[in-house]
Design a protein around this ligand. Structure first.
Ligand code: HEM
Length: 898
């Protein structure tokens, strides 16, 4: 210890006793040391960089995390690559998911890669799906470079494609080509699909060469047809963009099920090949060596038996070679320098991004034989021995095609399928999603200004078509109503309704027709709605009393109308059954669940945009919706049980003592009275209808009450007219009753005008065509999501005078032209056609009754110094962005009325 303290003391005194001249000396020494160190460091770095530093990677355009450059690839791949080369030089690096791609665009670099480093680059980058093909690793195209590949290639090029072998199969080719020409001759004057004919001819020529003398007659035709079918399915799979190729770590999950499907198809091929090989073996067993080889199969089996290839040719090799001879070889094949590096020479890998890229690539191969490869073969490459006869066939076929194409051009131009609608180009994979913003209805309206009243866009991998003109909507929902009567339900809606068992999401068909008919005729009829009027009236009275108790205080109209709508709907549903505290408690529970459900249904769900990911439910939306759905059902079960007990107590009499009937009673009657008849309902359907009423009836009504009130606060003169009408029709000493409603013509015009400017469902509920069809001269493919932009039509200046002004008068003198039945395609707040809103009679009554009661019973004013904001926020139902807060004061002459 002592030693340490002495040392510290010495050091301290040394430092504090340094003189100025000493400091100068120390500084000079330090500077010299630093300079020397810097020089040595620089010299060392320099020699290192000269010595062994790896050269930099090729330049690369900027990409995004995770997806890399994938989203920026242009479908016109060849021009895109040329553009990249202009900007970054002849060798460019791209990141595709977590793969690296290298694009080579100059002859010099291509020579370097394919000639000087040929061995390094002689491997392929095998797409995940080919691993599932039984012969994937055994065929020439995908085999790793090595003895097996050399043996297979030798057999193929020197033996199978030799002039002698091809000459011996000439008869078979001639037969097929003549058949095609004869077939086309018979079709003179009729349009034909030339591409398809050529494909079929080539496939027939090839299968003929494969086993044409082994299988004959009808059996050959059947086998050919089966083979063709499997081959086209395999071709489709091979060109399908596969997530596993871009993210090899995900390959084991086979997210799109491509690998599984390929295994199934591979198995089918195996069966076909086994059958033909068995037959050949039997035939050869009978007269071995008596005849010369007439098809490839016979030739290969003979070669196997001779066993003089190294490594020896086995049955799997034979099958792989037979498969090689089908048009699948037209699939482009990227090369790989070293599998461990995940690098490849690109031309073909990008094919997985877009189907049209793939078509382009395939077309390239078919036309030129090897246009895709950046592969400039050296002159001693055995592959350059062009099979002359084969090339002659291809050339003849191309020539025939060209002549036929020229002859038919005029006719075809009249008959060609209509194009897809125009539309903005989006990014690969995510489509136009990133450019839409949050106000979909407004973005769609702006796009209509650019692309016209019908256009398409991709949202994720969903093709959407947006229609925004009355005449096109007429074409859709009137002229082609049955085709467009299907829905395109979001996953959450499917979960909530057990796969679309309700009216709103049920596919168009007998089930939907039956439920809708029962719903409209039994529940929405005037008689049924009259029968539950007291239930509505009782609930509206409660609301008026509640507001009265909060007189002169600010009230959030949105909140008020949510609880008002839910209470009214709930009372109509089971008001006779669940009276008193039980009804109130369930009402509160329902409101909480309902609020969450609306959020879930309105959320942007990745599963809807990328259906392949649906099974993972990444955001947990499906799971939570299911929980809520079950909770809803528990409430419904509880109501049903109570109802049944009540009926038992009353000795089997359905209905209340005073003849009131809630919806639950009507529905149970339908189950019990009509068992097994065409009008019977199942319990699942009963629950689904109740869910529809809660979902369809509450949010829409709530939103419209708030919008109408907001417009009235903005336009005091309109408010004054409404209240004067109410005073005249109802009287200042009475409460509004439903029988007053038909006389309130001005209020009716106000509600219509609010629904024009703020349609609750601005894009209606998306439709989905059950088959491909043509609308407005454009093809609408089956399964596309069709959005009808009613919001844009309701604000179109060509259809409405001063469309952005709130002017109820436009409906006052013209009311016969504007009802809610969807016959006037200029005004459709409840939709149109077969799938028009099923609850219009109730919606109309509820909306008018609630508004008339609130406006008649109270004066409303904005809190001091508040500005009204009429901006909206997009969702399934379009709401006010900022809540409307207003202050009520009693208006009726008699306070006892409250
Ligand atoms: C102001 C209130 C309401 C508005 C603005 C409204 C609007 C709509 C719209 C635009 C549609 C889609 C129509 C189409 O695709 O062409 C629809 C469908 C539907 N609405 Fe309403 N609705 C309202 C109230 C109600 C009420 C109160 C109920 C039930 C009691 C209801 C039940 C339904 C049902 C079941 C469907 C689906 C019909 C089907 O697919 O066949 N709606 N509604």
């Amino acid at each position: 210890m002592k030693l340490i303290s002495n040392t510290l003391q010495n050091l301290h005194s040394t430092l504090y006793n340094i003189r100025e001249t000493d400091i100068d000396g120390i500084s000079i020494t330090l500077y010299t040391l630093c300079a020397t160190f810097a020089i040595i460091w620089y010299a060392w770095m320099y020699t290192q960089s000269k010595k062994g530093k790896p050269p930099p990677q090729p330049p690369s355009p900027p990409g995004l995390p995770l997806v890399g450059n994938l989203p920026f690839l242009d479908p016109q791949l060849h021009t895109y690559f040329a553009e990249l080369a202009r900007r970054y030089g002849p060798i460019v690096k791209l990141r595709l998911g977590n793969k690296i791609g290298i694009v080579v665009t100059s002859a010099d670099t291509a020579r370097e890669v394919l000639k000087h480093h040929d061995i390094n680059f002689a491997n392929r980058d095998v797409p995940a799906v080919t691993q599932a093909m039984s012969y994937g690793p055994y065929d020439i195209v995908w085999s790793p470079y090595g003895p097996r590949w050399r043996m297979l290639r030798k057999v193929c090029v020197l033996k199978m494609l030799s002039n002698t072998t091809l000459d011996s199969a000439y008869r078979l080719r001639r037969r097929e080509v003549r058949e095609t020409v004869g077939y086309m001759y018979g079709l003179i004057g009729t349009p034909i699909n030339v591409g398809e004919q050529i494909f079929l001819t080539i496939l027939n020529v090839i299968t003929d060469m494969l086993w044409g003398s082994t299988v004959q007659g009808e059996e050959r035709a059947n086998l050919g047809a089966e083979f063709r079918q499997v081959i086209s399915e395999i071709t489709e799979l091979l060109v399908k963009p596969n997530i596993s190729d871009f993210y090899p770590a995900l390959a084991r999950f086979d997210l799109q099920g491509v690998t599984n499907k390929m295994k199934r198809l591979s198995w089918k091929i195996e069966m076909i090949l086994d059958k033909v090989i068995d037959q050949r073996l039997k035939m050869d067993g009978e007269n071995r060596n008596k005849q010369e080889c007439k098809d490839f199969l016979q030739f290969l089996l003979r070669l196997k038996e001779e066993g003089d290839s190294t490594p020896p040719l086995n049955m799997t090799h034979i099958k792989a070679l037979l498969m090689l001879k089908n048009p699948l070889v037209a699939i482009p094949t990227p090369r790989l320098s070293d599998p461990a590096l995940y690098e490849f020479i690109v031309a073909g890998i990008f094919l997985a991004v877009h189907a049209n890229i793939i078509n382009y690539l395939i077309a390239g191969v078919m036309m030129t034989g090897r246009a895709i490869y950046l592969h400039v073969k050296s002159s001693n490459d055995p592959g350059d021995e062009k099979p002359k006869t084969f090339m002659a066939i291809i050339t003849s076929l191309v020539a025939i095609t060209a002549v036929i194409w020229l002859l038919l051009n005029l006719k075809r131009s009249k008959n060609t399928a209509a194009p897809l609608p125009p539309g903005p180009r989006g990014l690969p994979i995510i489509g136009y999603l990133p450019f839409l913003g949050t106000h979909l209805h407004k973005a769609f309206t702006e796009l209509a200004g650019i692309y016209g009243p019908i256009y398409k866009l991709w949202l994720g991998n969903k093709l959407c078509v947006v229609v925004s003109s009355p005449s096109l909507i007429r074409e859709l929902v009137r002229d082609q109503d049955t085709i467009f009567a299907n829905r395109d339900p979001p996953i959450a809606a499917l979960v909530y309704t057990h796969g679309g068992k309700d009216i709103a999401w049920c596919p168009y068909g007998p089930q939907w027709k039956k439920m809708r008919k029962l719903f409209v005729s039994k529940m929405m009829s005037n008689a049924s709605l009259d029968a539950c009027y007291t239930l509505r009236r009782q609930e509206v009275k409660n609301i008026i009393r509640d507001v009265y108790n909060r007189s002169s205080k600010p009230i959030d109209i949105g909140e008020l109308s949510v609880s008002a709508s839910i209470n009214v709907v709930q009372n109509m549903l089971w008001g006779c059954t669940l009276e008193g505290e039980m009804g109130t408690n369930l009402g509160v529970e329902l409101r909480v669940l309902f609020a969450e459900l609306m959020v879930l249904l309105g959320a942007l769900n990745i599963s809807d945009i990328f259906p392949v990911l649906a099974r993972f439910d990444i955001q947990g939306i499906a799971k939570r919706t299911k929980e809520i759905s079950l909770h809803f059902e528990k409430i419904i079960d509880c109501a049903i049980e109570r109802c049944r007990n009540m009926v038992m107590i009353r000795g089997g009499v359905l209905g209340n003592n005073d003849g009131k009937k809630d919806f639950l009673l009507i529905l149970l009657e339908l189950i019990e009275e009509h068992e097994d008849s065409a009008t019977s309902l199942t319990m699942a359907q009963l629950k689904a209808i109740i869910k529809d009423i809660i979902l369809g009836g509450t949010d829409t009504t709530t939103t419209m009450v708030e919008w109408t009130m907001a417009e009235l606060m903005q336009h005091p003169e309109v408010m004054k007219n409404v209240q004067e009408e109410l005073t005249e029709v109802v009287g200042i000493a009475s409460l509004v009753e439903e029988f007053h409603l038909p006389k309130l013509r001005y209020l009716d015009a106000v509600v219509k005008e609010a629904l024009r400017l703020h349609p609750a469902l601005p894009l209606l509920v998306p439709r989905c065509p059950s088959q491909s069809t043509t609308v407005g001269g454009y093809t609408i493919p089956k399964g596309a999501r069709i959005m009808l932009n009613v919001w844009a039509i309701h604000r179109d200046p060509q259809l409405w005078d001063n469309p952005l002004e709130f002017r109820p008068e436009r409906f006052l003198n013209n009311s016969e032209n504007f009802d809610y039945l969807g016959n006037n395609f200029q005004y459709m707040p409840f939709g149109s056609g077969r799938r028009i809103c099923a609850g219009i009679p109730l919606a109309e009554r509820m909306l008018m009754f609630l508004l008339a009661s609130l406006l008649h019973s109270f004066e409303w004013k904005l809190p001091y110094n508040t500005q009204l904001d009429l901006s909206d926020k997009f969702g399934i139902v379009i709401k006010k962005l900022k809540p409307l807060v207003v202050i009520p004061t009693p208006r009726l002459s008699n306070s006892e009325l409250y």
